[in-house]
Design a protein. Sequence first.
Length: 462
Amino acid sequence: MNFFIRIFFLTLWTLSASVVAGLAAEQAAAARIVVTLDDCIRMSLKAAPELGEADSDIALATSKLDQAKAYRYPQIQMTTLFGPAPIAYKSAIEPAIKTNEALFSINALTWFTSADATFIQPLYTFGKISENMKAATHGIAVDRSRKEQRATEIVLKVNEYYSGLLLAREMKELILEVEEILIKAREKAQKLLDQGSDTVDEMDLYKLDAFSGLATKYLEEAKKGEALALAALKARMGLPVDAQLVTGTERLVLVDAEIPPLATYLENARRRRHEFNQISEGLKARSALVEAAKAEYYPDIFLGGLFSWAYADERDKVQNPYINDPFNHVNGGVALGARWKLDFGITGAKVAGERAQYNRLLSTRDFADTNIPLQVEMYYLDLKEAKKSAAATRNAYLNAKKWAVTAIANFDFGMGPAKEIFEALQAYSGMRADYFKSIYNYRVAAANLDYATSEPLRNSDK
């Protein structure tokens, strides 16, 4: 009976351990974040604080537009008072105005309350309101374009980090491959040396060990590059340092796609580049601000209104259009008015300042017209060079690999010296590393071209 009980509890414990292990594996798998390049871009755009700042800039510009629009509506000002007032009766002016009444006496005070309201409805301001509205509208367009530009800058950085991560991993695999070949070559060399073969000596062992040490050094550098690129990606994506980010099984391969002519990229840059859009909208905004400043030379035409009410106890109300009692009355009215502020040089200085800002943007436009096409052409030439370099180095490393395979085979059969292995591996590893660097340069140049031409973001939320 005890035997069966022990078997029962042992089985129960085994099942529990299996369940716990399964849950732990599921949690570990859930903690791993598997992403592609598009995933990295999308998450980076969502987590980017720069875009939050850009949204705040847009909200600020929108508030300026709302403020400019609000000047079209009436402005109402109200004032209320409550305080002491002298007692006054009609007998002081009937049947004749008495001239010996006391103006103020503490013993002859009462209280009063009043409410005054004025409103001004602008009718025509010679452009003060409309031009400021126009400037604010174009200002919003500038800030929106800046947000899009920041998004393309983020995409560029993510592309660089992601490509750098793939490059580091390819380099690591290359070095591990070379290390494996060196280990086998050393074992074979040691075996031949022990057998007294004439094709190998102690110096060959030293060379193999020295080459292995150099490979280990490069392996550590590759691991460091991988860790840095991964950390940069996590930071850009807003992930914690200990997040288990996995970038899938993507390899650093060259996409054999036809590169459009330079004229296509230049045309796209001229049509879509955010800086050109910002300058265009900025010039419109600055032009409107110049006109708004010039409008200060002219008056504001408005419809004005007034309502005034006051009441005081122990103070008779006098109804006479020639007499106005500030403590006891009801009156109001409307009128057409003009308000004109004259100054000596202030408005002229404001106009000159706004025109200087406008002229500054003209110079910025000239600078962009010259340098943006130059930037596009530079990235285009980088792309062409990287593609040709990748094709050339691919043929070179494939031939070097054949050379290395032949040298290793000859060495294994005791027909070739170890020197051939060193030279072949050196050529193979160098050419293959240059091949991966060329592909990395190609990807970075393509990302730079997308940035330089403001390529629309794909599969990503702005």
